[in-house]
Ligand binder design. Structure first.
Ligand SMILES: [Zn+2]
Length: 270
């Protein structure tokens, strides 16, 4: 999976009047408020279920900004934050900016003490068909693939909030060109990391964006959509980045043999 930045353009020209203008796309909304005849405060509001990391590139004429170009700020779910104050330096002034954003918190630090729940039904051994750094498609990725037939129940590995769901794809193939055809569920955890459960079955999600979910809860069904060599579950826990594809994090899971990192070719159960 990749997390592509979206672009928002905001441009304003403040005259003598007080204005409150908004311009947004999807779950993020930008607005401005004139504090005085020479100062403008900029806000970003997040109406989505998860956090967003945002960076803006200012285009200022006769103004300075309290925030550096392209410095990243995080807007938690349901909050509106002030991210910059622009100050006129004399003469005719105007401002604008473009912005990129990615879902999640780029400053998140993974809780290394957390032990994850296995994502498949209990009481059965399931093989890790590709491990961290695996040679088929994980060479640059700390992700795990479980060997699960189409339609297998997928359990939540850690408590969190569902921040993104796709389940309309009916397509998969063994070529990287199919990477964007994967169905998925993304869940944000309390430490700001995100779990991406991928290759799910068509219409294979049991949860919706905004749902609060618990470890061990049924969230969907495995499939073979996207870039995939056969039915399986691909799971990656990651900290968001503005790079196309986050590397992912190695985590421990509760297994019948104790808490451990999972290895390619081995089978595990709980
Ligand atoms: Zn995989």
């Amino acid at each position: 999976m990749r997390t592509l930045p979206f672009k928002i353009i905001f441009a304003g020209l403040i005259n003598a009047l007080i204005v409150h203008s908004t311009h947004g796309q999807g779950e993020l909304e930008f607005s401005s408020r004139e504090l005085s005849s020479t100062e403008v405060e900029l806000f970003c509001k997040n109406s989505g279920p998860g956090s967003y990391s945002v960076r803006v590139d200012f285009n200022l004429t006769n103004m300075t900004s309290s925030r550096d170009d392209n410095s990243v700020f995080v807007v938690p779910s349901g909050e509106e934050i002030s991210f910059a104050v622009l100050t006129a330096t004399g003469g005719k002034w105007k401002y604008g900016f473009s912005s990129d954003y990615v879902q999640g918190d780029v400053y998140a630090v993974h809780d290394e003490q957390h032990i994850y729940h296995l994502p498949h039904a209990g009481g059965r051994d399931v093989r890790i068909m590709q491990g961290y750094g695996g040679s088929f498609s994980h060479t640059a990725s700390n992700a795990l693939d479980w060997d699960l037939e189409e339609g297998s129940p997928i359990l939540c590995v850690r408590d969190g909030i569902v921040v993104d769901v796709r389940q309309d794809s009916q397509h998969g193939c063994m070529h990287p060109r199919c990477i964007d055809a994967a169905n998925f569920i993304k869940i944000e955890h309390s430490d700001g990391t995100i779990a991406d459960y991928a290759h799910l079955q068509y219409q294979g999600s049991e949860v919706q964006e905004g749902d609060s979910v618990s470890a061990g809860q049924l969230i969907g069904f495995s499939g073979n959509t996207g870039w995939s060599s056969g039915p399986h579950l691909h799971l990656k826990i990651f900290v968001s980045t503005f790079d196309a594809r986050p590397t992912g994090i190695r985590t421990r899971f509760h297994t019948s043999r104790g808490a451990r990192y999972l290895e390619e070719g081995q089978t595990y159960r709980f």
